[in-house]
Design a binder for this molecule. Structure first.
Ligand code: ATP
Length: 140
C-alpha cells in the first residue's frame, strides 16, 4: 500500500529515512533548502524539491497539507526545526515525527505538539547497549 510521506532535511538521518521509505515503494516528497542535497534525491524519491520549510506559504504551495506523515530531520538549525514543526502543526498534519538535537529542543517540540520526537544517536546507543547486554547473557 502506498502512503504519502514528506521528509524535510536530507542529511544522514533524513536521507536514510527517505531512501528506506522509497525503497519500500512509499510515495515520498523529499525537501531540503540545499540544491545539491535535493539533486542527490531526484532519482530516489518520488518527488524532490528545494524549499525553506519555515515559510508557511512554501509548505502550502507544495501541497504538504495533504500528506499523512511528515518527518522533520533538520538537526543543527534548531530554530528552523521548531518553526517548520509549528507550521506543519498549523496546517493540520496528522503525524509529525521530529529529530531532536538535545533535551531542550525535545521539550519545545513536545510542547508544540510533535507526535514523535527521536534522538537518533541516543536512541541507537541505548539499543546497542541493550543488545550487547543480551548477547552477554546468552554467552554466559
Ligand atoms: P545529519 O545529522 O542527519 O547528517 P546534517 O548534519 O547533514 O544532518 P543538519 O544540520 O542536521 O545536517 O540538517 C539536515 C538537513 O536539513 C540539511 O541538509 C539542511 O540543508 C536541511 N535544512 C536546514 N534548514 C532547513 C530548512 N529551513 N528547510 C529545509 N531544509 C533545511
Amino acid at each position: 500500500m502506498k502512503r504519502e510521506f514528506a521528509v524535510i532535511g536530507l542529511g544522514r538521518f533524513g536521507g536514510s529515512i527517505c531512501r528506506e521509505l522509497s525503497a519500500d515503494g512509499m510515495d515520498v516528497l523529499a525537501i531540503d533548502i540545499q540544491e545539491d542535497k535535493v539533486k542527490e534525491f531526484k532519482n530516489i524519491a518520488a518527488h524532490a524539491v528545494i524549499a525553506d520549510t519555515t515559510d508557511e506559504n512554501v509548505l502550502k504551495e507544495l501541497g504538504v497539507r495533504n500528506i499523512d506523515h511528515v518527518i522533520v530531520a533538520i538537526g543543527d538549525d534548531i530554530q528552523a526545526s521548531i518553526l517548520s514543526t509549528l507550521m506543519l502543526k498549523e496546517l493540520g498534519i496528522k503525524k509529525i515525527t521530529v529529530k531532536a538535537q538535545n533535551d531542550h529542543h525535545e521539550k519545545v517540540l513536545n510542547k508544540i505538539g510533535a507526535d514523535h520526537v527521536v534522538h537518533p544517536e541516543r536512541d541507537m546507543g541505548k539499543r546497542i547497549a541493550h543488545s550487547i547486554i543480551s548477547t552477554n547473557i546468552l554467552d554466559h
